[in-house]
Write a protein that binds this ligand. Structure first.
Ligand SMILES: [Zn+2]
Length: 87
C-alpha cells in the first residue's frame, strides 16, 4: 500500500463541463446539489457580504469545496441539539 496518501481531497467534474461537479460522495448539481457556504459549511446567500469564502458545501455529505481548485477544504460539522446559543 502506498504510504504517501494525499491529505487533500479533490472532487471531479464531468469531462466536458467543469461546472458539473461530481463530489466524492457521488453528489452532482442535478442531484442534491452544492450551495454557497461559510467556513463552517453553513449555507449562505451568494452575496459579497454573506459569502466571503467562495466555497460550496455538498448538500449530501457536507464536504466544503473550494470552487477554484475543487479541493475539499473542510467538512460541515453536524448540528447538535445542544449547540451553544448566542446571547
Ligand atoms: Zn458530497
Amino acid at each position: 500500500m502506498p504510504s504517501l496518501m494525499p491529505s487533500e481531497e479533490h472532487i471531479s467534474h464531468e469531462p466536458n463541463n467543469p461546472e458539473a461537479w461530481i463530489c466524492l460522495c457521488g453528489n452532482k448539481p442535478v442531484a442534491e446539489g452544492f450551495y454557497p457556504c461559510d467556513a463552517g459549511g453553513n449555507q449562505v446567500e451568494p452575496t459579497p457580504e454573506a459569502w466571503t469564502t467562495g466555497c460550496y458545501v455538498c448538500a449530501r455529505c457536507g464536504r466544503i469545496i473550494d470552487q477554484k481548485s475543487l479541493s475539499v477544504v473542510g467538512r460541515r460539522v453536524a448540528r447538535s441539539d445542544n449547540a451553544p446559543t448566542l446571547t
